[in-house]
Design a protein around this ligand. Structure first.
Ligand code: SF4
Length: 785
């Protein structure tokens, strides 16, 4: 697809959910990695399999390369060579997550590779921290600076003061990070992904015993009841869900499933649903229980599942009958009781039916309550482990790594109380860094996460990190968090390195995606797992002994031996070498087993209706949402949403994504605040007028976009713009609404309650025309800014 076609396609309003069909190349035409550069024919294209790392969904990709001359780094020297150049990315038709489809962000990964603002060599800070003043260093010098600090920690018996902050990774890269920390002697690994729906995962653990996100069998469901989850936008695995959605709608002649989307904003997902329910923010869990009330009272639930496979049903029923009568819920959820009853009946009588929760619905202080309530709806209609319902993947049978070697220093370090609270949260971590409790951190490693941008200013992440004397970033870009580093050890981007992905939301079968280096590194960068192996070797002793590999590909080969030994799935071979070749050629391994009934892993080995159960600890779970800002002073809910182009903001440095119009408003290259036209009239503002949106924690300015799909009491701002750093395409463009959110959290998971802030609006001076594709193509660079 040419760039122009790309823009036109996206301008048609499909956003990230455009399913860009695969190139149609059969697997036989994917040339394996073992064909060396010398064997490549100039002018002939080659397609090579890998995995997309633009989000945690783990889609499989094919990358088209052609020979071309360019500068590259060989043994630290910059030389001009004729090498493979990446030209185009498509979906891998064999990969079970996306089956040949890809979203716009996946396509735009080329602009990560070729981005002119990449960190091109290791850097060391020369100006005040945060000033952005760095000077290039050689890898030897940079690694020496880090090694000296790490050695100090171990010599002083303080290995626990090494913090590793990373993103939502799963798979062997995480294993290398965990292993490094363990061998070193630190219990302090914190994962931070601002929009990960942690309450959903926790609800799955409490009710079903799985600390994981479920696979959704959308292809076979008849009725999908979604509480807030933007499954056609950015929720967990949008390409996979879009494919399931397409099949649900058009892949079953004579049968068209129904979708009900319950959320305050008329999102792209709501626009594709049969029915949109603009619920009052924070009442989604109560609404789910009001539907459960109807289903139980009218005897519409799956009695066999409930009696055979559940625990705590009677207590749950009593609790719901006492507290969540549809008439009562209607009075505060802003959904008519008759509508609640009708949807509940439809849901229970059009099985297979499936309910899911996510995004803003679970981003309240009562997000876990909502997620558990929605899990209960699935139990009531027998959707768990049944066709058209939800499943959990078995993990891929990866081979074990040898045991980690621990010396006394490491053992003592690992005995220390970890930071981040329980469960670990970046918000709690920031508080602990600020108070130096339970102990101060001395070195921080930051990898694939940008908490300074994605957490509210009131969380004081910047100030908290400033308390850490030595910060090492592995970021390939100078984002807001990397700017605070003392040393930057820039990672390769995924197309340059060995990479892997275990999908965050399953397909109902075990999947392990793998990617080989598609092109030679453009700059003097190194893969982070390899850097950790090098650091371990430099530290010597038991830390070095825990890393008996020369490179990260050796680690991947070790874990792949488990897949080889399984002798089933998409790759089976007589010997390991042929297995490895096929694994890499295909871009991964996936089990061929069909989804099987769930073996519950709860204490009762059944589904547990935890709501209302005495002694389970769950009644203390917040049922009522808490909001920052009194309703009289701050009359509007501010519900931000991750942009289909930028996600949590990481896509903002890719100009294709900047030019991609928002699918609901066609706006691009900036920020806006969506206001219901009636509200705007009452406030005396019109489209493009600049307004201040002010919370108890700060204010941002943005132009008004009149949006009938906003509730009159709710405002929406897309997330992703407003970077203070992160390169020329992202920097100083639009506003970051996350800045003004309250640092409220869902208490049990510690995740940010990003939908729990109230705001007020006031008119600012002037106006700013919002750039809208399809409405006015004559926008100028000045207007874009
Ligand atoms: S959903 Fe995520 S992993 Fe899949 S193509 Fe899009 S950005 Fe890549």
């Amino acid at each position: 697809m040419k760039r122009r076609e790309f823009l036109i396609t996206t301008a048609l309003g499909a956003g990230s959910t455009v399913l860009l069909e695969s190139c149609g190349h059969s697997e036989e035409k994917i040339i394996p990695l073992l064909i060396s550069e010398e064997q490549l024919i100039p002018g002939a294209e080659q397609w090579t399999a890998s995995v997309c790392r633009q989000c945690a969904a783990g889609c499989g990709i094919l990358v088209r390369t052609m020979m071309g001359e360019r500068e590259t780094i060989v043994n630290g020297e910059r030389v001009r060579l004729s090498v493979r150049q990446a030209k185009k990315i498509e979906g891998n038709p064999d990969h079970p997550v996306n089956r040949g489809r890809l979203c716009a962000r996946g396509q735009a990964a080329l602009q990560v590779l070729y981005n002119p603002d990449r960190v091109k060599t290791p850097l060391k800070r020369v100006g005040p921290r945060g000033s952005g003043h760095f000077q290039p260093a050689s890898w030897d010098e940079a690694l020496e600076l880090v090694t000296v600090r790490l050695k100090e920690l171990r010599e002083q018996n303080e290995p626990h003061t090494l913090l590793f902050l990373t993103g939502a990774l799963q798979g062997p890269t995480t294993t290398v990070i965990e292993r490094f920390l363990q061998a070193f002697g630190s219990p302090n690994l914190i994962r931070h992904d601002a929009f990960a729906p942690d309450p959903v995962r926790e609800a799955n653990r409490l009710t079903m015993g799985y600390d994981a996100y479920a696979a959704l069998d959308l292809e076979r469901t008849n009725y999908l009841l979604s509480f807030g989850a933007g499954f056609l936008e950015t929720y967990l695995s949008p390409v996979q869900y879009s494919r399931g959605f397409g099949h649900m709608r058009q892949g079953r002649p004579g049968r068209r499933g129904k979708i009900v989307q319950i959320e305050p904003r008329f999102s792209l997902t709501a626009a594709n649903a049969d029915e949109w329910v603009p619920v009052k923010p924070g009442t989604e869990g109560a609404l789910a229980l009001a539907m459960a009330h109807v289903i139980m009272q009218e005897g519409l639930y799956d009695k066999e599942f409930v009696s055979r496979s559940s625990e705590g049903f009677e207590e749950f029923r009593r609790f719901v009958e006492e507290n969540y009568h549809p008439d009562r819920v209607a009075s505060f959820a802003d959904v008519a009781a008759a509508r609640i009853r009708r949807i509940a009946r439809e849901f229970a009588t059009h099985r297979p039916a499936l309910a899911l929760a996510g995004d803003a619905a679970t981003a309240h202080t009562n997000g876990l309550f909502t997620a558990v309530a929605v899990a209960a709806l699935n139990a009531l209609v027998g959707a768990i482990g049944a066709p058209g319902g939800i499943f959990f993947d078995a993990p891929p049978p990866l081979g074990p790594l040898p045991p980690v070697m621990l010396d006394d220093v490491a053992r003592r370090g690992l005995d220390r109380v970890p930071l981040g609270g329980a469960p670990r949260s970046a918000l709690t971590l920031a508080e602990q860094l600020l108070s130096s409790q339970p102990y101060p951190m001395r070195v921080a490693f930051i990898h694939e996460t940008n908490p300074v941008f994605t957490l509210p200013e009131a969380a004081k992440v910047k100030e908290a990190l400033d308390r850490v004397p030595f910060i090492v970033s592995f970021s390939p870009f100078l984002d807001e968090t990397a700017t605070l580093a003392d040393v930057i050890l820039p990672d390769h981007v995924p197309l340059e390195s060995w990479t892997d992905a275990i999908p965050v939301s399953g397909t109902g079968r075990a999947v392990f995606g793998i990617g080989q280096p598609i092109v030679a590194p453009l700059h003097d960068t190194r893969s982070t797992p390899e850097v950790l192996i090098q650091l371990a070797k430099a530290l010597g002793g038991s830390v070095a002994a825990s890393f008996p590999w020369e490179s990260y590909s050796d680690v991947l080969k070790t874990v792949a031996r488990g897949l080889f030994a399984a002798r089933r799935g998409s790759v089976v071979a007589e010997d390991f070498d042929s297995f490895w070749d096929q694994l890499v050629t295909k871009g991964g391994w996936w089990d061929d087993a069909v989804p099987s009934p769930i073996a519950f892993r709860t204490p009762s080995r059944k589904f547990e209706f935890v709501i209302g159960r005495k002694g389970s600890g769950i009644p203390e779970m917040e049922t009522e949402p808490q909001f920052a800002g009194d309703g009289s002073d701050y009359p509007f809910h501010l519900i931000v949403y991750p942009s289909v182009a930028f996600g949590d903001g990481r896509g903002a440095n890719q100009p294709w994504l900047q030019e991609m119009p928002d699918p609901m408003t066609t706006a691009c290259w900036g920020s806006w605040v969506e206001i219901n036209p009636k509200t705007a009239e009452r406030l005396g503002v019109k489209e493009n007028d600049l307004v201040w949106i002010e919370s108890p924690y700060g204010r941002v300015q943005a132009p008004v976009l009149l949006f009938p799909g906003a509730r009159p009491d709710t405002l929406h701002i897309p997330v992703g713009q407003g970077h203070d750093a992160y390169g020329r395409y992202a920097q100083h463009r639009g506003v970051n609404p996350l800045k003004i959110l309250a640092p409220l959290r869902e208490p049990r998971t510690g995740s940010l309650a990003w939908a729990a802030t109230r705001v007020r609006v006031s008119k600012a001076e002037g106006s700013k025309r919002i750039v809208k594709i399809g409405f006015d193509r004559r926008h100028t660079e000045a207007e874009r800014r």
